[in-house]
Design a protein around this ligand. Structure first.
Ligand code: NAD
Length: 505
């Protein structure tokens, strides 16, 4: 099902997509897309300059009136065709996603691509269900109506861990609601965002509705957020950069949507199904080589199960197959880059002074040494306030800590700045019910960890940001609510005028 193609040839004209066509960036600086499994540069392109951002915003602004004025049915038809074209391109999209990210092909082909196609199909349907509250007479003399209107040009910024899905999450609800978009993918992973935009054009979505600027964060990203022609900034990435985006958006009084970092707890109560918890923890920690904002990163295990859980996780991690991302048998690919691998190794190396590295904690030797690989890593004995428990590592590293009472387990789960996702493992519905109420996170799974759905919202609490991706809730982000009030009396002198004219009414 995977379809290889020549990336250099496909994007020979450049990695900017403006008003329905590819073009070169004008910054004068070259950026390479690197295959992290081999270190080979697979594509080079010129980054977007601030002038390229201006041109993209201009294209989106020109496309806005007609797209916002299209009926929901017309936008829905276009999105249905978009879903179909994306489905037809599935093999190429999976190839490009694995090439630029080093993702195992089974993850790209079974998760990233079908998830994005399903998102397009969901928003094709949802486009026809934009709702306001009921119209009516909330005073006897007036009829009130709610209009839910698009906002304008949306400036979206995405990270490198799931480039295609992040493009889908940012773009689809925005255009379904009648906005137009300038999307800035992470500069190291532009390929599937460009293919996503090409598919939109092929599906008949008008030129300018979706534009891509492949540029550096500090230059193109900041310029996009600050741009007076951009009505809203929608950002997914780290909490540190999210704060910077929020500062710029605030200073230009823009709406914003921030999907930021995570440090998801995985709470195992002493009546949990141990086998399920062990498998769930390893899969939840290692998906996408741990470069997942909802990855299971901190497992809290109630004392009676602690030793068996640690042993089970160590044994299972040892069976995970690292290898060529394009080998269907590969479970774990390289990290996105050598820089990211060294960052992850830094966290683990510093932890050796205060914790125990039970398994992993090293770069694999032999053939894999040339790629940005890192062994699945299990750490125990770390204190709750230590760096590996509190900071987002974004690599294949799971930290396990014991707890005694249910109160303690839940308190520890809540004890980081983040609040994106969490899971609770128990056979007792009252324990899991309590955990779902008391854990402060945008998603709490019960006896599972990771699955997502187009119909359900994804978004953070606390330092993980605010706003929702996917689901009908994302329309709240990409629409503004207008109150329209009709006078029903037809009189020149309204009752309330007395407050101004007194006796003279
Ligand atoms: P990052 O914050 O470094 O970069 C994200 C994007 O912001 C990139 O496109 C980058 O070029 C751009 N950027 C960098 N500096 C900028 C600036 N000053 N102004 C404007 N834009 C700028 O994040 P990353 O390393 O690409 O991705 C990993 C992070 O993303 C992790 O923290 C992860 O948790 C987070 N993430 C969150 C979610 C979520 O839904 N909450 C989903 C995926 C990833």
């Amino acid at each position: 099902m995977i379809q290889r193609f020549d990336v250099r040839d496909r994007f020979a004209e450049g990695a900017q997509y403006l008003a329905g066509g590819l073009r070169d960036g004008s910054s004068g600086r070259t950026q390479y897309v690197v295959d992290a499994a081999t270190g080979e540069q697979v594509y080079g392109y010129r980054l977007a300059s601030t002038a390229d951002v201006d041109a993209a915003v201009d294209a989106a602004a020109r496309a806005f009136p007609a797209w916002a004025g299209a009926t929901p049915g017309e936008r829905s038809d276009a999105l249905h065709r978009f879903a179909t074209v994306l489905g037809e391109r599935a093999g190429e999209l999976a190839y490009a996603e694995s090439l630029q990210c080093g993702k195992p092909i089974k993850l790209s082909a079974e998760f990233d691509v079908p998830g994005s196609v399903d998102n397009a199909a969901f928003f094709a349907g949802a486009a026809r269900h934009l709702e306001g509250r009921s119209a009516g007479e909330y005073s006897p003399d007036h009829t009130s109506v709610i209009r839910r209107e698009p906002i304008g040009v949306i400036g979206s910024i995405a990270p490198w861990n799931y480039p295609l899905q992040m493009a889908a999450w940012k773009v689809l609800p925005a255009i379904a609601a009648g906005n137009t978009v300038v999307l800035k993918p992470a500069e190291i992973t532009p390929l599937t965002s460009l293919m996503f935009a090409q598919a939109a054009t092929e599906a008949g979505i008008p030129d300018g509705v979706l534009n891509i600027v492949s540029g550096a964060g500090r230059e193109a990203g900041e310029h996009l957020v600050a741009h007076p022609g951009v009505a809203m900034a929608s950002f997914t990435g780290s909490t540190a950069v999210g704060k910077r985006v929020a500062e710029i958006a605030t200073s230009t009084v823009k709406r914003m949507h921030l999907e930021l970092g995570g440090k998801a707890p995985f709470v195992v109560f002493d009546d949990a199904d141990l086998e399920a918890a062990v498998h769930g923890a390893v899969a939840g920690a290692l998906i996408n080589t741990g470069q997942d904002c909802t990855a299971a990163t901190r497992a809290y295990v109630q004392r009676p199960l602690y030793d068996a859980f640690v042993g089970g996780v160590a044994d299972l991690m040892a069976t995970v197959r690292l290898g060529d991302p394009f080998d269907p048998a590969t479970d774990l690919g390289p990290l996105i880059s050598y820089t990211q691998r060294d960052r992850v190794a830094g966290f683990v190396d510093r932890a050796r002074s205060y914790a125990t590295v039970v398994t992993g904690g090293a770069v694999p030797q032999g053939e894999l040494a040339k790629g940005a690989y890192y062994l699945p890593t299990l750490i125990t004995g770390a204190a709750q306030d230590s760096e590996v428990v509190q900071s987002e590592i974004f690599g294949p590293v799971l930290v396990v800590l014991p707890f005694d009472s249910d109160d303690e387990g839940i308190a520890l789960a809540n004890d980081t700045p983040y609040g994106l996702a969490a899971s609770a493992w128990s056979r007792d519905v009252y324990r899991t019910g309590r955990a779902t109420r008391e854990i402060k996170a945008g998603c709490v799974w019960v006896n599972d960890h990771i699955p997502i759905l187009s119909e359900m919202p994804h978004g953070g609490y606390k330092a993980s940001g605010f706003g929702k991706d996917m689901s009908a809730y994302s329309f709240e982000e990409y629409t503004q609510v207008k109150h329209v009030m009709f006078d029903n009396t037809g009189t020149a002198r309204k009752d309330w005028h007395r407050t101004v004219f007194g006796d003279r009414t």
